[in-house]
Design a protein around this ligand. Sequence first.
Ligand code: NAD
Length: 497
Amino acid sequence: MKLITHWIDGKPYDGPVERRGPVYDPATGRMTAEVAFADRDVVDQAVAAAAKAFASWREVPLTRRQQILFSFRELVVQHKMDLARLLTAEHGKTLDDAAGEVQRGLEVIEFACNIAHLLKGDYSEQVSGGVDTYTIRQPLGVVAGITPFNFPAMVPMWMYPIAIACGNTFVLKPSEKDPSTSQLAAELLAEAGLPDGVFNVVHGDKEAVDALLAHPDVAAVSFVGSTPIARYIYETGTRNGKRVQALGGAKNHMVVLPDADMDLAADAAVSAGYGSAGERCMAISVVVTVGDAADRLLPKMTDRIAELKVGPGTEPGVQMGPLVTQQHLDKVLSYVEAGEQEGAVLVADGRTLTVPGHEEGFFLGPTLFDRVTPEMKIYRDEIFGPVLSTVRVDHYEDAIRLINDNPYGNGTAVFTNDGGAARKFQHEIEVGMVGINVPIPVPLSFYSFGGWKDSIFGTHAIYGPEGVHFYTRQKVIISRWPDPIHRGVDLGFPQHG
Ligand code: NAD
């Protein structure tokens, strides 16, 4: 059985592997590889390599750092489909969707290739007699990234290109469920000319994460994953004196007003609800219909659901692949059962799906509930599968209140043709990323990505300008060059210029 191992100090790790975990092809249900699980000693080796590399990497001129990232960008373009194929083989999403994921990661690499202007400081001349003040932004040191299974290429790329461009060195702990894209990324970074130790990968589970959180030489941690783990990472990391940004889970609502273009809304809800089998943190999981909108929207959605092609992500024409593991499939199935028991109306039942020749794959067809209420478990919890809930409300105010009362605040959308209604939504809604007739409002790389409330812990959103701020710290310099006027000793704060 193939063993996927760590990447430390510019090469694959070849030391002893005490613990390992399975990697599956979700379309067949078969185990295809094992992944090494790092213990504290392996994490120590990775952090030591990163700490050693930091001393010289921070001295590498900014323009040279950008050039290396540009070479990496070229290699990722060349290997885009290789990354996508690895991703589909371990995650299950369609090849087309996987290529889209790599593309969105590439955009952050491209942003990092041109990061110099965001590292510029401020300068104020003559703030006092002969005194100037200016700021510079400096890297933090060794930073760690801990990432989820659902975007194994893109989410790490939200972090390390920016961290490295800013002069930090990086230790990535990717999801143990789909580890291979990180290995290829490490090889491509080395081929691009990145010095050994600047980018390291340790695979594993809680043990590796805890070792990173406790390590005195890790200055900062970027985390993306579920809310309970995000909270844990934030609390533990900050208690240990680290700078932490921890992005959590989501329950994204899409409001459909009675005046909306119902064909547009039905296309959007089905695409955003079932794309990547609902395993996206920005997936729509609740459609909130106002007034009589549901009666016109739901028939259009069920027509579209009936046409969706579900199967292995590598097969041409397939629109939705399997879930990532049997364990995750079982969890999602338990929610479908809970929804039925709690009295929601099952409009489309994905459990009836069979994929011929792939009976052992982790498949669930698109599932749609109507008449879901906020007390139900399927409304309250993040399901993270192809299960959409419809909540019917009478008034627009009810829809806004429902969303604002929800503990999550990652993404949301409103579908309407009324500009005033849209403006009210963007003004009043307590969610970090808002779509107006756009179901998945993921910001491009030159903005930053981040939710509100329980969807984020820490003050910085990820990538874009906020990423640069997260991965650097500001130094203020107040400078005076010797002049002939010696003012003598003065123990007070200056009161005059
Ligand atoms: P997860 O929280 O289970 O795992 C994320 C990472 O944390 C993995 O690397 C995992 O190995 C590690 N981990 C898991 N349990 C841990 C523990 N007890 N202690 C320490 N580390 C632990 O998340 P997942 O299932 O891989 O990914 C899906 C979740 O990620 C969903 O909740 C989704 O909404 C969220 N997500 C959020 C965003 C965002 O930007 N807000 C983006 C993508 C995914």
